[in-house]
Write a protein that binds this ligand. Structure first.
Ligand code: FAD
Length: 459
């Protein structure tokens, strides 16, 4: 393409949302330009989903080697070599990165490296070049947030970006924020040998999850020696001689070598020409309708930049929706209620649908029932020595409207839970399906058997 090309679609930001739109758009015959200032793949691949899960897996290997005697296997755990962990993590990223670059090239997407700025409703300027499109997709994502007066220095007070490349295992760490990112780092660091304390202002860890899941996670963390302080908000952080001291609103103090600020992520939308071109925003998030259209007819937006769930698979789905809509296909809005959520700490927390509290709000307290199947009744979970529960929330005599799972590898079960939820399957119908024995997946079947009134391995 030369400078006079008018693309069908110009995409600003090559993360999960942007690259999914590019790949699908090109597949459907659109002439696509993809502009990325940093690395194709964005947060998820380089600073998010993938590197954190690699760290968590390395942590699991460390735990297993430390605890291998319980399986009758003798090893001598000598510690964690962070350089080696980073090498493994970076190899995973590099392989995926190469694959993604190959896909973008093979679909004839025009990839433009550089920092872009929306210069009109149909163009983006990059390094003095104007890239014109019939349509523009904003997908500039998000970055870690902090609190006023809490400056991230990248050394003692750090964000998830720094935590992913820390060259040492901190002796002690305070994690500010007990949401998904906070508990994942807390879990990995504990496995690596740190003393970890999580500070969460709300009443529970992973507060968006069903209260039962939060409580099970708290029990498991307690058992692992991960400390946490719930229900009191952060007030200030100060440097000590060799670390950081955190004071909470009630005066309680905590000290550690590093403080990880994991209080959420804010949209990347300032100084990029969005406001000047009339794009409606709310607290920095770009506002969109259910088809990801902004108020400017030629501009769409997806991913962490818009106020929907900040998840890579949500960004993918939104990006695909935009590409298909622009290619003239019939599209349906993303069903946000049906999005699976997984927190990949040890043990994992996975869910789809409504929490019990929310279901009671929606359907009325007397119309909602729930059942819990403990993983202690599941053969494979016993073999793996993982504890936890699968909880189902059902509208009385109707479909299951919430599935909440805690236990190692429960993230891998969320696919079936999602099908059950989205197809509004009745417990009796799911109970009819034969689940393979012995798998952890069987526990999901057992929970449905119980809900259908015929529990097999449960009183
Ligand atoms: P991003 O991935 O942030 O991509 C935006 C891209 O735009 C970036 O590459 C950026 O460089 C580029 N950009 C920004 N401004 C410009 C500009 N002016 N010009 C050119 N390019 C620009 N989600 C999950 O689903 N599962 C997980 O397990 C998970 N784990 C996570 C762990 C961590 C530690 C973090 C931080 C996030 C995690 N997430 C996870 C969330 C997930 O990473 C995001 O939801 C996802 O990356 C959002 O995609 P996006 O395309 O909207 O934005």
């Amino acid at each position: 393409n030369d400078a006079s090309t008018v693309f069908d679609l110009v995409i600003l930001g090559g993360g999960s949302g942007g690259y999914a739109a590019a790949l699908r758009g090109a597949q459907l015959g659109l002439d696509v330009a993809l502009i990325e200032k940093n690395k194709l793949g964005g947060t998820c691949l380089h600073n998010g989903c993938i590197p954190t899960k690699a760290l968590l897996h390395a942590g699991e290997v460390a735990d297993q080697s430390r605890e291998s005697e319980q399986f009758g296997v003798k090893t001598s755990f000598e510690g964690v070599d962070m350089a080696g962990v980073h090498k493994y993590k970076d190899e995973v990223i590099a392989g995926l990165y190469k694959g993604l670059q190959g896909l973008v090239a093979s679909r004839k997407i025009t990839y433009i490296e550089g920092e872009g700025r929306l210069s009109s409703p149909t163009s983006v300027d990059v390094d003095g070049r104007r890239v014109e499109g019939r349509h523009v997709l904003l997908a500039t994502g998000s970055v870690p947030r902090t609190l006023p007066g809490l400056e991230i220095d990248g050394n003692r007070i750090i964000s998830s970006d720094h935590a992913l490349t820390l060259d040492r295992v901190p002796k002690s760490a305070i994690v500010l924020g007990g949401g998904v990112i906070g508990v994942e780092f807390a879990s990995a660091w504990k496995s690596f040998g740190s003393e970890v304390t999580v500070i969460e202002g709300l009443k529970h860890l992973v507060p968006v999850e069903d209260e039962n899941s939060s409580k099970l996670l708290e029990r498991a963390f307690r058992k692992r020696g991960i400390k946490f302080n719930l229900g009191t908000f952060f007030q200030k952080a100060e440097y000590t001689q060799d670390g950081v001291k955190v004071t909470l609103a009630d005066g309680k103090e905590f000290e550690a070598e590093v403080l990880l600020v994991a209080i959420g992520r804010g949209p990347v939308s300032q100084g990029l020409g969005y406001e000047e071109n009339g794009v409606a925003m709310d607290r920095g998030f770009v506002l969109v309708d259910e088809y990801m259209r902004t108020n400017v007819p030629t501009i769409s937006a997806v991913g962490d930049l818009v106020p929907t769930l900040q998840l890579a698979h949500v960004g993918f789905a939104e990006g695909i929706l935009v590409a298909e809509r622009l290619a003239g296909l019939k599209t349906v809005p993303v069903d946000y209620d049906g999005v699976p959520r997984v927190t990949y700490c040890h043990p994992e927390v996975a869910s789809v649908g409504l929490t019990e509290a929310k279901a009671k709000e929606v359907y009325g307290a007397d119309k909602v029932v729930s059942i819990k199947f403990p993983l202690g009744g599941n053969g494979k979970s016993r073999i793996l020595k993982t504890a936890g529960e699968i909880k189902l929330v059902q509208v009385k005599d109707g479909a299951v409207v919430g599935v909440h799972m805690v236990g190692d590898r429960m993230g891998e079960q969320v696919g079936e839970a999602q099908l059950i939820y989205n197809w509004e399957a009745l417990p009796a119908e799911v109970a009819q399906l034969i689940h393979a024995h012995p798998t952890q997946n069987e526990a999901l079947g057992e929970a449905h058997l119980a809900l259908a009134g015929k529990p097999l391995h449960m009183h």
